[in-house]
Design a protein around this ligand. Structure first.
Ligand code: ADP
Ligand code: MG
Ligand code: MG
Length: 922
């Protein structure tokens, strides 16, 4: 039997369903699903993504059987709608729409009204009785086909669209402003001029054979899968290139058949705030692209309820059915043809982090979803948006009073942003590279602008609504966005915008409030987000902070379902307190070297380094001891009984000494030695490869008195804090261990000093001694190391460097192209390289626990706050992750999601294993 490439949907029955997104793409699968649940969907068929893959694997040829299957499916549509493709009397018109597995808003181009030519138009006129509508449809078709399939579009960033230019010309000749004022004759003239332009510029005739049109359009859809912007979008969103896109061919319904017709897009809830209200826009007498492209600023859905309760009720009914069926907030596209509603698309709606959290929490309350499902729906990184600053309301009021409010648009992407105005996407990228913060300001945005949008702090558009491209993409990226700011007169060529007599030029500062839609001149001060005001500043009562409340609820659920503990990397008491406010359960990495740079400390530190004899070194260390002790007391106090992992000195010593002559002379004077001596000592510290040089435990082994001093400071501090009634749990961590004997040597010093101090102070401090696993030899000999180590912490920054043989500081020039070429899917310093570094970690966990089943294992590299790495840490059975304070909430959520996805896939065996492990711990 030949393979099936084409899947039909229509009249209540479909060959596909929502679960078939891989094969049918998101659009096709959901068209099938909506058909199956009885919603009004114009009939059509989906050409599967396998054809796209085939097409690229076979020099852009189609499988043999495809043409036949398409013909059969077309006949199926003809039967249901009662027209014939290419028929002069009763023509069937179709749309050709792309649809990939993951929704890629606006990335692929849709062609409407396909099947029209100089003879079928007569049939359309006769059938519908409205000549103007028919010609309007025809000119749209030629325009879209000319742009998408034939490629007649602006080539340069300042250029305008050639078809729009012709429309402008005709309007000017006729002295009219609006598209709706164009007469039938004008539209006919447009078709003529469009085709003429195509002939002049491309030296080809516009195809009149509907089948040629159809295959041209199908080819264009597949072709667009590999265009620059699609590739860029996939890269940004981690979508593999081999997924392919599907093509949907669907009978046309017409929103441009008069004022009882229209077209719209909507979200079943507010996509910016998450509020449970119908949120969307429509245009009467328009085809869908008009709303999506932002070419005309549409009316809010609430207006439809007033203007045409009948149409609105149909929509409201569909909204309820869909939310119940999908248990999700959906993004829908619809057309109303002469009073009757048709559904053209539905998909899970993109939303801001604010909306995502509110909707998830609300839907749990509405019993539409479970707590677990709510957690699955929030991407951990989204929490970042909640922590982002907002404008200080006093500052903004002042700015408004000073007359700096320039204009107001739609609050399309919440948050506060401030930057310099640029008027096109390439400039945004370029300025950003120079280190400027920019606000990308466009009349409207299109998929070509994606990289520039990504580079900008915020986005302003002059046209388009809350579901325009700009708004949609901005929300997805988490960018601040004000859309449809119609008061702005934007001039790309002069690179300025005007509001009345005020002019804002390229490079001027503006501030935009994406929560209110305000655009202000100059810079406006920001202040911390609601969550931070409650948690850190304590300037806001949780009662008055709805966003905080939702955040807190979600975090409570996360804590309920996660198994991994979450600690923080903090070197100072204030960082520790911040992390605790975010829910940290301990410190996973306290670096001691940062402490040596503090007030009064660098002097003795340098003396210690430059010392000639052990005696001199001890003297310098004696000066450091009380200073370090004080630092540790601060940390222990802040952590209030939570475990604190303290790493002994790690970086190469040359990082502490001055390298410039004046500073060296100053140091020499301070120490009462000659400048030459200082210079020579500094020079002798030079290393060819410091990352692999004299650092980590190697320092403590050659200069044991350093470790000794640090251990003494830690335990004295612990005793002092415990004496004041607080608990302390120090965990001393030896860095860069690759050999049991290294750890043995250092651990012996720590334990000896601990005993001494506890004897002197007459106190008992519970403590652990462990090691970082950050060189491959350490991982490979983890069973030996675990004889001494009471815990492991993966130092995945160094472990990545040493496993890959890549120095992170020198990797910029090749890692970026590497990631572009997908040699590594992601920067391995950002997301853990599971198959290399991860494999070593697995070995270390397994070997370590064979020797010491209760071995505590964590991670303290930067990966500890990156969701996919956290998931991996969960999977290999670690006990905790540790990350920077602001990433603690992200790690908590990522840990919960990891636990939940394990639950979903786990078989009974592994459950048993987990249980027995838990028992083992007790
Ligand atoms: P995108 O993926 O960019 O949203 P779509 O394929 O959804 O592109 O098409 C955009 C719009 O074109 C739709 O929202 C709808 O308004 C209109 N459209 C597509 N197919 C049809 C059709 N068969 N009849 C009427 N309008 C259509
Ligand atoms: Mg669409
Ligand atoms: Mg390290």
């Amino acid at each position: 039997m030949a393979s099936k490439y084409v899947y039909f949907f229509g009249s209540g029955k479909a060959e596909g369903e929502a679960g078939m997104k891989g094969l049918l793409g998101g659009k096709g699968a959901n068209l099938a699903e909506m058909t199956n649940i009885g919603l009004p969907v114009p009939p059509g068929f989906t050409v599967s993504t396998e054809v796209c893959t085939y097409y690229y694997n076979n020099k852009k040829k189609y499988p043999k059987d495809l043409e036949k299957q398409v013909k059969v499916a077309l006949q199926g549509i003809e039967k249901l709608v009662g027209g014939k493709f290419g028929d002069e009397r009763n023509p069937l018109l179709v749309s050709v729409r792309s649809g990939a597995r993951a929704s890629m808003p606006g990335m692929m181009d849709t062609i409407l009204n396909l099947g029209l030519n100089d003879s079928t138009i007569e049939g359309l006129i006769r059938k519908t009785g409205t000549e103007r509508f028919a010609w309007d449809s025809y000119r749209r078709f030629v325009q879209m086909y000319g742009d998408v399939v034939l490629g007649l579009k602006p080539q340069h960033k300042d250029e305008t669209d050639p078809f729009e230019e012709i429309i402008e010309q005709v309007k000017q000749e006729r002295g009219i402003r609006l598209d709706t004022e164009l007469t039938t004759g004008d539209l006919r003239e447009l078709v003529r001029r469009f085709k003429q332009t195509i002939r002049d510029r491309l030296k080809i005739d516009f195809p009149s054979d509907p089948y040629e049109q159809l295959w041209g359009a199908v080819g264009a859809v597949f072709g667009s899968w590999m265009n620059d912007r699609a590739v860029a979008y996939r890269k940004m969103n981690d979508i593999p290139a081999n997924w392919g896109t599907a093509v949907n061919v669907q009978a046309m319904v017409f929103g441009n058949m008069g004022d009882d017709s229209g077209s719209g897009v909507a979200f079943t809830r507010d996509a910016a705030t998450g509020e449970n209200v119908f949120y969307g826009e429509y245009l009467l007498n328009a085809q869908g692209e008009d709303v999506v492209s932002g070419a005309r600023t549409p009316e809010p859905i609430s207006q439809l309820a007033k203007d045409s309760p009948k149409m609105y009720q149909q929509l409201e009914r569909v909204r309820r059915i869909l939310e119940k069926h999908y248990s999700e907030m959906l993004d829908i596209e619809f057309t109303i043809q002469q009073g009757k509603l048709y559904m053209l698309q539905c998909r899970v709606g993109k939303r801001t982090a604010f909306a995502a959290i509110k909707i998830a929490v609300d839907m749990v309350g509405e019993k539409l979803i479970s707590e677990r499902e709510a957690l699955r729906r929030i991407e951990p990184e989204q929490l970042n948006q909640l922590l982002r600053p907002v404008f200080d309301s006093d500052e903004k009021k002042k700015a408004v009073e000073e007359g700096r409010l320039l204009a107001k648009g739609l609050n399309a992407g919440p948050g506060a942003a401030c930057g310099r105005v640029v008027f096109n996407a390439p400039d945004a990228e370029e300025w950003r590279l120079r280190g400027e913060r920019v606000i990308l300001t466009r009349i409207e945005t299109s998929p070509e602008d994606i990289k520039g949008m990504d580079a900008a702090e915020g986005i302003v558009t002059g046209r388009g609504g809350a579901t325009s491209h700009a708004a949609l993409v901005a929300r997805q990226m988490g960018k601040v966005c004000v859309a449809g700011c119609s008061a702005l007169n934007i001039d790309y060529v002069r690179r300025e915008m005007r509001v009345g007599d005020r002019i804002v030029k390229e490079g001027d500062y503006i501030s935009i409030d994406g929560s209110t839609g305000e655009v202000l001149l100059g810079q406006v001060q920001t202040k911390p987000s609601e969550v931070l005001q409650v948690l850190l500043d304590r300037t806001l009562d949780p009662k008055d902070a709805p966003v905080y409340q939702q955040y807190a609820k979600l975090m409570r659920w996360a804590d309920k379902y996660r198994r991994l503990k979450v600690r923080t990397n903090a070197d100072q008491p204030d960082q520790a307190s911040t992390a605790i406010a975010f829910g940290a359960e301990g410190i996973g990495l306290c670096r001691t070297e940062h402490m040596f740079f503090g007030e009064g400390k660098i002097g003795p530190m340098r003396e210690m380094i430059l010392a000639d004899t052990v005696d001199q070194r001890r003297k310098a260390l004696e000066k450091l001891l009380p200073l370090q002790r004080k630092d540790f007391e601060g940390i222990f106090d802040a952590m209030d009984g939570r475990p604190v992992t303290i790493r002994t000195i790690d970086p190469p010593l040359h990082e502490f000494v001055p390298h410039e002559e004046p500073a060296q002379r100053e140091l020499a004077a301070q120490m009462g030695i000659s400048f030459e001596k200082v210079r020579d000592r500094v020079n002798s510290l030079h290393e060819f490869n410091p990352m692999l040089g004299f650092r980590g435990c190697r320092l403590g082994i050659v200069y044991p008195e350093i470790t000794e001093m640090q251990a003494r400071a830690i335990f004295q501090a612990a005793c002092n804090v415990q004496r004041n009634g607080s608990k302390v749990k120090p965990e001393i961590m030896i860095p860069l261990v690759g050999n049991l004997k290294e750890l043995d040597h250092q651990a012996a010093i720590v334990r000896r000093v601990a005993e001494e101090v506890m004897r002197e102070e007459k106190m008992k401090i519970p403590y652990l001694v462990g090691t970082m696993i950050e060189v491959p030899r350490g991982a490979l000999t983890a069973d030996e190391i675990a004889e001494v180590a009471e815990f492991f912490s993966f130092g995945t920054n160094d472990l990545t460097q040493t496993t890959l043989g890549v120095s992170r500081d020198d990797s910029g020039r090749f890692l970026i192209p590497y990631v572009e070429m997908e040699i590594y899917r992601k920067d391995p310093f950002e997301a853990l390289d599971r198959s290399g570094v991860g494999e070593l970690m697995k070995i270390a966990v397994a070997k370590g626990r064979t020797k010491r089943p209760e071995l505590k294992i964590g991670i303290c590299g930067e990966h500890g706050g990156e969701p996919s790495s956290v998931e991996f840490c969960h999977q290999i059975g670690q006990d905790y992750v540790s990350c920077s304070p602001f990433r603690v909430p992200i790690a908590r959520l990522a840990a919960a999601r990891a636990a939940l996805s394990e639950d979903a896939t786990e078989d009974k065996n592994s459950k048993k294993r987990k249980k027995s492990k838990k028992k083992g711990k007790k």
